[in-house]
Ligand binder design. Sequence first.
Ligand code: ADP
Ligand code: MG
Length: 384
Amino acid sequence: MAEVSFHEVTKVFPNGTTAVDALTCTIADGEFMVLVGPSGCGKTTALRMIAGLDEPTSGAIAIGGEVVNGVSPRDRDIAMVFQNYALYPHKTVLKNLAFGLQQHKIPTAEIEERVREVSSLLTLNELLDRKPAQLSGGQRQRVAMGRALARKPRVYLLDEPLSNLDAQLRTQLRADLKQLHQRFATTTIYVTHDQVEAMTLGDRIGVMSDGKLQQLGTPQEIYRHPVNVFVAGFIGSPPMNLFSASASDGRVDAGDLVLEISGAPSGDLVVGVRPEALRLVSEATGEQAMQVQVEVVELLGHEMIVYGSIRGHRVATASTAAGIPSLPSERAIVIARLDARREPAVGETITLGFSLDDVHLFDAKSGEAVTRPDSLASPRLAGS
Ligand code: ADP
Ligand code: MG
């Protein structure tokens, strides 16, 4: 087991693409770290550099405290599972599981022991005599994971290992992975574009965009305090509502959404509120509220997603929310996640209430979060 660290690691490919840009972070010994970000943000390149399949253009990578730049992949003692897992098609499951261990000259008795252990862990016992073509996608992926697990390396690297599977299998294997990690506590770096996977699996999450690490923290820290507009819009589903606003003297004006926030800086801002922070209220409750015209309602059983509109401008984000109807340009969609017991009619005007504590402010130009000394620091008084 080992700590993995990146120090100012940059990778520029010969065609001039900067895939990873000055990445600095440390993954603690035994930690489950998820790197998440949209396609093309540099996740795979970061993993390949840990594995030694790509060399950094500059910067240092260390495993277990030792710089590994220039060390060949086979001497790094890591195991990697790719999205397009390649099993040996002519070997049985048993032989697929054992092959890597034989390559590493592990004694036969120990190979048998390890193969038995992972095949019962991953419920592969019944499949040991089959060839990959006789397995379902989920079974094949379990074999690929088993092959990595059997190695007992210092570090696991997993590159979108679940993205080729259907939703049910994904949930199942996600739970298996979490359990396996709890049991072995081997340092694991898991890469995905799926923020739900990141939130459910990671001890910590690193959010990447354009080769740069945007924020590193626990799932809760990132959800509660996104450091910039990108992270705010990327983490959370449905995505945070983000509106262009202009502020002066503590009055933040985003069209039909107007807030009094003492201490808010003047100028162009982005104001954000999550769909789950909104609730349906009858008017005049004294809390923050906005009047919203209902456009589309999606019922999901116990809750519903309401797409409403206000006068204003929604800021585009990396997360493309499905099902948003097109609107006249002066109106903006507000997404609310509400209790399904009172279903509003399309065209109806409803009042959505929220707490100022759930409002995020960002500088419009830099995208950076604006700290609000007033409401973030002080506890709210009852009824205020
Ligand atoms: P992700 O895994 O997050 O989707 P990648 O690490 O695969 O992203 O790629 C990051 C960027 O580097 C992308 O713009 C991609 O097109 C580019 N890239 C990846 N591999 C190469 C390569 N071998 N040569 C040139 N550009 C590459
Ligand atoms: Mg990738």
